[in-house]
Design a protein around this ligand. Structure first.
Ligand code: SF4
Length: 525
């Protein structure tokens, strides 16, 4: 049987051979971009690809490394059998690099962070690293909400968009020979903070970085058949969203709204080798020229993907072009399971728009089905809402082949619903059971596990102690019970208070409490 390092090298060679656009091979680099999920996930992340490209094209060079596939399952005996964590461009252990730049997308990836660091032989906690250890900088989409769980592990946490911040941080590290002074120099940047300075001590979060529109768009460096978005060149025709859905971390007030690009900019970047083009953004269907964009892509004979489709923006022409670009199923989001809840969440999608989307799918000769994203467990949801969902979707299922996905609501920081309770796994399971029964096999149901939503909720709502809890959970096998026990065993730490919404929310809550107290006094007097 091949040794772990030989196995890893062989797999890397095979994957590199299938890539178009690999950068940095045969060139030393001070940075390894590490992703805490396997290759097929990391290579589908537009931010990860963009920073890799920027550091190679205009910086000192960067290589890549990923969580070994064998360490991906949520439940896994840990420590697992040894695997080598090598960079792709140089087959070098990641622990040899001076700088590791890690992108973390969502809360549950903390498991991958722990396994990757430990498995690569890097001291897990920032406070235990010495002068010869790499400097770990983490950033990514998770920093738009609550990245507290990363604080025990990172030397530096960078908030918001990284196109300008990461190259600057790398320059500062390279200008400082000593590890400690390099970390201090980066921590002094306006959108950066240190990890754990001393046991249990964490500073407040800094504001999020936002790049100038001239830095957009983000686009892929590499296309490969070995990702979730196989052979797809990713590019953003816009960034952010102007809408205000109360559960969403991408909502306008949190991210500064939508930055639109003209039609030619993303199209001009598509390389000849791309077989498919993915138009990526929080609200791509709000782009005023979306129809032309999709039309221009499919006219070149390429496949197309759009990262989010709004039911009320679909037209017969758009559906036909999506079908030409390879779509066999159109996916739209309802989120709230009744009109009352959609309105309450400020989702601004009407049931009629979803019904119309079903008509468009039915009338297109190539598209075979409609998929609708739903979210159970949002505040104030009742059995009446569940009944409405069942009746409504039976109506849709009479028109088209219908698939419904169900996530369970998780309150996120930096949103107006921050701090709202989790529905509970038993109640969420009961709702799903009722929905399945009510739909009587006429609809395909794809629920996500309420148990993992519960773990995500705990991570999203707690402070840095959730990082310590995650270590205990990983060592106890990573199952749901292990997570619950781990959270019970750690002392809550205050969440580092936040920029933007949270401070505003605290002031509003204070004013509301004062008004209520005054009203009570008036009643009594
Ligand atoms: S759910 Fe979609 S439309 Fe609503 S704020 Fe988030 S990105 Fe925008």
């Amino acid at each position: 049987m091949a040794r772990p390092r030989d196995r890893a090298r062989l797999q890397i060679e095979e994957r590199l051979e299938a890539e178009h656009g690999t950068l940095g091979q045969g060139r030393p680099a001070p940075v390894c971009m590490v992703y805490p999920s396997p290759y097929r996930v990391g290579m589908s992340a537009l931010g990860f690809q963009t920073l890799y490209r920027i550091l190679n094209e205009a910086g000192p060079g960067a290589h890549r490394a990923f969580l070994p596939d064998a360490w991906e399952p949520a439940s896994l005996v840990w420590p697992a059998p040894k695997e080598s964590v090598l960079s792709y461009e140089q087959s070098r252990p990641v622990s040899d690099y001076r700088i590791l730049a890690m992108s973390v997308s969502y809360e549950l990836e903390v498991t991958g962070v722990i396994r990757l660091l430990e498995g690569a032989g890097i001291p897990l906690y920032a406070k235990d690293r010495g002068p010869r250890d790499p400097i770990l900088i983490a950033g990514g989409p998770l920093t738009t909400t609550n990245p507290s769980m990363l604080l025990p592990f990172v030397d530096i946490l960078m908030f918001g968009e990284g196109e300008e911040q990461l190259p600057l941080a790398v320059d500062k590290i390279l200008a400082n020979r000593q590890r400690s002074t390099a970390i201090e120099a980066v921590a002094a940047m306006p959108h950066a903070m240190r990890g754990e300075l001393e046991p249990g001590h964490f500073e407040a979060f800094p504001p999020q970085a936002k790049v100038d529109k001239s830095q957009l768009p983000a686009f892929s460096a590499i296309t490969t058949p070995n990702t979730e978005l196989a052979d797809m060149f990713l590019v953003e025709p816009e960034r952010g969203c102007s809408r205000q859905c109360t559960f969403c971390v991408m909502r306008g007030p949190s991210t500064g709204g939508m930055r639109l690009l003209d039609l030619e900019t993303p199209l001009g970047l598509v390389p000849d080798t791309a077989k498919r083009v993915g138009l990526v953004g929080a609200a791509v269907t709000d782009h005023p020229k979306l129809e032309q964009l999709v039309d221009r892509v499919v006219q070149t004979g390429r496949g197309v993907g759009v990262s989010s489709l709004r039911a009320d923006r679909l037209t017969p022409e758009l559906v036909a072009n999506l079908a030409r670009g390879g779509y066999r199923q159109i996916t739209v989001a309802s989120d709230g399971i009744s009109q009352r809840l959609r309105d309450q969440l400020q989702r601004r999608i009407k049931g009629e728009s979803i019904l119309r989307a079903a008509d468009l799918v039915r009338d297109d000769p190539t598209v075979r089905g409609l998929k609708v994203y739903n979210m159970i467990g949002v505040p104030t949801e009742t059995e009446d809402d569940v009944d409405e969902l069942i009746d409504f979707n039976l109506q849709i299922a009479s028109k088209v082949r219908l698939t419904l996905t169900f996530s369970t609501f998780v309150a996120k920081r930096n949103t107006p619903l921050d701090g709202q309770p989790f529905i509970g796994t038993k109640q969420a399971e009961a709702r799903l059971k009722k929905i399945r029964k009510g739909l009587g096999g006429k609809v395909q149901i794809r629920p996500q596990s309420p148990k993992w939503a519960h773990v995500e909720y705990l991570l999203a709502q707690r402070g840095a102690e959730s990082g310590y809890a995650a270590v205990k959970a990983v060592y106890a096998g990573g199952g749901y019970r292990a997570w619950l026990r781990a959270f019970e065993s750690v002392e809550p730490l205050p969440r580092p208070l936040v920029y933007g919404d949270e401070a505003l929310k605290a002031r509003r809550a204070q004013r509301a409490a004062e008004r209520q107290a005054k009203a009570r006094l008036n009643v009594l007097s």
